[in-house]
Design a protein around this ligand. Sequence first.
Ligand code: SF4
Ligand code: SF4
Length: 150
Amino acid sequence: MDTEVVESPLVRDCAPCTQCCEGWLNTTVFGNEMKNGQGCPYVCPTGCGVYEKRPYDPCQGFKCSFLMDEKFPLWMRPDISNLICYSDEINGMLFYRAVETNATLSARVLNFITRYAIDHDLNMAYEFERKLYFIGSPEFIAAMTEGENV
Ligand code: SF4
Ligand code: SF4
């Protein structure tokens, strides 16, 4: 299985999406925990209210797959699809995480993301109806299902 992720230039801008600031990625910014849809206190309708001061981690450095890969169509923009996909790593293995946001994924979105993993021979951990599913190598699936890794 080829899990190499090739860094490529951004192919798009975020606007008007702000989904990664809205509490679906379980992270902390400026000491504020973001999880279960509780977003950053600085997100505003025009984007980031503290754009010039936003930290590298988790803000500036985060690039979702929609931004990086032109194979993601416009309807897969996270604020439209309710899915944030991004690259991650476990035990030295690269994989994609596909996180369901504030609504259940449509069949179209679910089909796109699973086909994306299968057609490109990728390791993928994706959510559907708040449950986690895996596509990929036995080593990846074992790593993800051991202990607290999920
Ligand atoms: S989820 Fe992706 S497109 Fe949306 S704001 Fe974050 S990086 Fe930009
Ligand atoms: S500081 Fe800005 S970019 Fe970072 S999570 Fe908050 S709104 Fe988003």
